[in-house]
Write a protein that binds this ligand. Structure first.
Ligand code: 4HQ
Length: 244
């Protein structure tokens, strides 16, 4: 997998490309990361990359020519070009899983009031938002995609199954985790986890997953096909929480 990031602020990315799990994935050649400075493609004598919006209004718009040239400088036949913007489809784990199978991603980080819409219409394959809030630029959204995709590449995470049990992998939020000490300032680790009874531990984990998903993300529960065991557990959870 290769990922190119097109941005006006390439400096931001260099530390992150060498950082922790991402850095190790690069060293192991599981992913190739590259940053392109859109300003390098400005043919303006002042290296301008933005201009006033046609029709008036506040702020500036990124000019189309430098972006088009930046895309063309890295685009290959199998590249997928993604523009990060609050107008895009809202990103989720399913989209991450799909993008992790691509050969080449080009992530375009915009600034100012956005980019000339002719780029969106003619150069972009997918417009993606990382959530319903407004940021100052598309750099952090690009990094959110990059991070969530790289960890899915086989060989990147230590044990192959460490993402299988993650929150969102099976449509439920993850059960709580505990480590030593058993007694932390009088707060105890749930005793079932110390019992050595693996069947009971699995049951407890599923119950806790269902409970936290019910409390924080009812939308996820509605989407999921529940097994009979899960439905029974949910009834217990309603009782525990005193909901009829
Ligand atoms: N921005 N998800 C405006 C975002 C954003 C988001 C990026 C701010 C693009 C022009 N991007 N620029 N939310 O708020 O992706």
């Amino acid at each position: 997998m290769k990922i190119d990031i097109l941005t006006l602020f390439p400096e931001i990315f260099h530390t992150i490309f060498n950082w922790s799990i991402i850095g190790r994935a690069v060293e192991k050649k599981l992913v190739r990361l590259n940053c392109i400075n859109i300003r390098d493609f400005s043919e303006d004598k002042h290296k301008r990359v933005d201009d006033y919006p046609f029709g008036g209004g506040p702020g500036m718009v990124m000019k189309p020519e430098p972006i088009a040239k930046a895309i063309e400088s890295v685009k290959e036949s199998e590249s997928k070009v993604i523009y990060l913007s609050p107008k895009g489809k809202v990103y989720n784990q399913k989209m991450a899983n799909k993008l992790a199978r691509e050969k080449h991603l080009i992530l375009l980080s915009g600034h100012y009031e956005g980019i000339d819409n002719r780029i969106v219409e003619h150069y972009i394959d997918e417009e993606i938002s990382i959530g319903d809030y407004v940021l100052t630029g598309g750099e952090i959204p690009s990094l959110v995609l990059l991070d969530s995709i790289i960890r899915l590449i086989p060989g990147v995470l230590g044990s192959e199954d460490s993402f299988i049990e993650d929150s969102h992998y099976n449509g439920l939020l993850e059960h709580p985790q505990y480590t030593r000490p058993r007694d932390f300032n009088g707060y105890m680790v749930p005793s079932v986890l110390l019992s050595g009874n693996h069947k009971e531990i699995e049951k407890w984990r599923l119950y806790e997953s269902l409970k936290i998903t019910y409390l924080n993300r009812r939308d996820l529960l509605k989407k999921k096909d529940l097994t009979d065991e899960e439905k029974d557990m949910l009834k217990e959870i309603y009782k525990e929480l005193e909901i009829k």
